[in-house]
Write a protein of this length. Structure first.
Length: 263
């Protein structure tokens, strides 16, 4: 039996190959493995490309497929890339099994978040201009054709619960480093420095600036990085978001949550 089989662009590894790699893992030097666990529309594609443009890192996919499925980590792909220095970007909520894989494959979890009001507007535009197929909610063609305020209401009711659960789940992980979209766009080089150092990648300000200079807006689908896009949401939709947050009083003291509850 071959050690790996390729089919329709996917590569499948045999149990024998996987067993060998798992046995050899403790004997091999640790390579930087950075996992960006991210909210949709949080600038994660921009950040992943910027980090991958830095010397010594590559960008990889650790989930079997995209589309509407949850972007859970795949152990076969983790094993495949275990000997590479990489950054991976996925819309993945926290779980005990994800914790196990983070420890087993020595990942550095970086949690990228954005203001939920702003996310609603960015998701609305994403549905209009790009794709309604997403991990966080089932959006129909009828939904996509609604007027802006009505579509925003659908997003708040169907999608934003995923984002709230994402935040609350990762908040319980002691070694997870949180990065806010607003901080990243204010000083992307400093954000890169913080993440690379956390991941054990040697760097300096010049290397980060060079990596940022290499990437283009078109390649990364990075929006204008505008903070405050959600200010014009209807009062009813803002209150819907606040009501969701009220279900988790343990997070109300977090600056990220306080900023939204105060509006």
């Amino acid at each position: 039996m071959p050690s790996s089989i390729k089919k329709k662009g996917l590569q499948f590894y045999s149990p024998f190959t996987l067993a060998l790699e798992m046995a050899a893992r403790p004997l091999l030097p640790k390579k930087p493995h950075i996992l960006i666990a991210c909210m949709m529309k949080s600038g994660s594609t921009f950040l992943a490309h910027a980090l991958a443009a830095h010397s010594g890192l590559r960008r990889v996919r650790l989930t079997p497929a995209w589309g509407a499925r949850e972007q859970e980590l795949c152990e076969l792909r983790l094993s495949r890339y275990n000997h590479s220095a990489y950054v991976a970007q996925h819309h993945i909520k926290h779980s005990e099994w994800t914790d196990e894989l983070i420890a087993r494959y020595r990942l550095t979890p970086i949690v990228l978040v954005r203001d939920l009001f702003d996310i609603v507007v960015s998701l609305r535009d994403h549905i209009r201009r790009e794709n309604r197929i997403m991990t966080v909610a089932e959006i129909s063609e009828r939904h996509a054709a609604l007027p802006d305020n009505d579509l925003e209401e659908v997003i708040v009711d169907l999608a934003i619960p995923w984002f709230v659960q994402f935040y609350v789940g990762w908040r319980s992980v002691p070694n997870a480093r949180f990065v806010r979209f607003e901080e990243m766009i204010a000083d992307p080089a400093a954000t890169m420095m913080e993440i690379l150092k956390a991941g054990g990648v040697a760097t300096n300000p010049e290397a980060c600036e060079d990596a940022l200079a290499q990437i283009s807006e078109k390649k990364n689908r990075f929006n204008k990085g505008v903070v405050g896009r959600g200010a014009h949401l209807s009062d009813a939709n803002k209150e819907r978001i606040k009501k969701l947050l009220m279900h988790y009083p343990e997070v109300h003291g977090d600056p990220y949550i306080k900023d939204m509850l105060a509006r």
